[in-house]
Design a protein around this ligand. Structure first.
Ligand SMILES: [Zn+2]
Length: 446
């Protein structure tokens, strides 16, 4: 199952909202939104401790602000398409990274987790959107706060007396980041199937949080560019038209956000990090790879392989005897690489992948213009727009804002990556020390 499909949740499991609500022990309040509607934030700090610069003695006072805005699924070249004047202005006026890339697996949840942890999935425990959970013996979406095994920069900031806020448009992102931030918006209203709140609501919440909570770090996911088109299964012209509308409207909302930073006087103290979590690749209906059939035809593998489908990538898990694992890995790779549309089948342990055991034994990528649908070749992934495979590496990535730390009108030759966000933010705020084991990313403003 990919980013584009309904989250996989074992029967009887609570939704991310139910789980989040259970986790958040303290209060909740209604805030007046920009259009007069109530916007609910869950906050960690209301019971007797108003949202402020933390405990006496430990608190820090700083005017610095960092905003991380994720334009989910945006292609770098789309910023030059004439539909996104605000993004283009922000990109060209600050520090831009034309070589930027998403990290394996090029899916939403792992890359958002990499942004906030600064480390790769063999340390975060989050390699993809969908995994086969060996304990549960089922395929599931990663959406539990406990799925992230390491510290995030959100928690590090909190321990340093700095306020944080998450405004994430997708239900599983809200789920996986859970109660970490000082203030959290529960995405609503959620569009069925797409599982996300439209950007107009997400931005309204971000503006309300800016006014009311004024977090030092705000982490925002805008899902429309990714989602509009994903949910249109008719293909062709309809998708491109919806995507163009999404690009223009999301850009206008980002223009509002920048306008608010300037009118409120926050701009000169701010860095605004804008990036995508992955880009997007489109496939025609007949360009679908399904590995379940070919794997099941192999007498050695039959009934002993589980598949976690992630749109442009399939993760294969051996469930047979441990002492046959090496042979199984060789067989799974050989079977997969004979299937039309498959680009490559990696042994997950290849050191540059850094995916960790949650990703199973074999990572299979499809070619550009193809998608996976597993285990069912028709029903599991009918959506033309997908990511996860190397064709969706390239992302827009730039840092704007009025703070003097941001270079003006400069293109960097660095290959910026999603893992660089956390060390950049931590360094901007002068947080001492790296996480145990060090950062995998770097400070892009250094
Ligand atoms: Zn995404």
């Amino acid at each position: 199952m990919s980013d584009c499909c309904t989250p996989r949740r074992p029967t009887g499991e609570p939704t991310p909202f139910e789980r989040g609500a259970a986790e958040i022990a303290t209060g909740r309040r209604a805030l007046l939104g920009a259009a007069g509607g109530a916007i609910a934030f869950s906050t960690a700090a209301l019971a007797g401790a108003p949202i402020a610069d933390a405990a006496p003695g430990r608190g820090r006072r700083t005017a610095k602000r960092a905003y991380v805005l994720v334009i989910d699924g945006c292609l770098p070249e789309e910023i030059d398409g004439g539909l996104t004047p605000n993004l283009k202005k922000l990109r060209d006026g600050g520090l831009r990274f034309p070589q930027a890339r998403s990290m394996p697996v090029m899916e939403t949840i792992p890359n958002h987790v990499m942004m906030m942890t600064g480390v790769r999935p063999d340390r975060t425990g989050v390699p993809s959107n969908t995994i086969y959970d060996r304990k549960l013996k089922d395929v599931r979406t990663i959406e539990r706060p406990s799925d992230i095994k390491v510290d995030t920069v959100i928690e590090r900031m909190g321990r340093n007396g700095l306020r944080t806020g998450t405004v994430l448009s997708k239900d599983y992102l809200y789920g996986v980041f859970g109660g970490r931030a000082t203030a959290r918006w529960e995405p609503a209203p959620i569009i069925p199937i797409s599982g996300h709140a439209p950007d107009v609501f997400t931005m309204r919440a971000a503006l309300a949080m800016l006014d009311d909570v004024d977090p030092h770090l705000m982490f925002v996911n805008l899902g429309d560019i990714d989602r509009f088109g994903h949910t249109d299964v008719t293909g062709g012209v309809g998708i491109k038209a919806l995507r163009r509308i999404a690009l223009a409207s999301t850009d206008a909302l980002i223009g509002q956000f920048i306008g608010r930073l300037k009118s409120s006087g926050k701009w000169q103290d701010s860095i605004v990090v804008v990036l995508a979590d992955h880009s997007m690749d489109w496939s025609l209906p007949h360009r679908v790879v399904s590995l379940a059939g070919p794997l099941d035809k192999d007498p050695f593998l039959r009934g002993k392989v589980q598949i976690a489908c992630n749109g442009g990538a399939d993760l294969l898990y051996w469930t047979g005897p441990r002492n046959q694992r090496e042979k199984a890995i060789r067989r799974m790779r050989a079977v997969a690489e004979r299937v039309e549309g498959v680009l490559v089948a990696h042994d997950r342990r290849e050191p540059e992948l850094r995916l960790g055991p949650e990703a199973g034994e074999v990572l299979v990528y499809c070619k550009a213009g193809w998608r996976f649908s597993d285990p069912d070749p028709v029903t599991d992934n009918p959506i033309p727009g997908n990511h996860g495979h190397p064709a969706t590496h390239a992302i827009p990535f730039f840092i704007g804002g009025g703070h003097s730390a941001v270079p003006r009108r400069r293109a960097s030759t660095r290959t910026a990556r999603t893992i660089d966000v956390a060390p950049t933010v931590a360094s901007f705020f002068g947080l001492s020390g790296a996480p145990r084991g060090g950062w995998d990313g770097v400070d892009l403003l250094a």
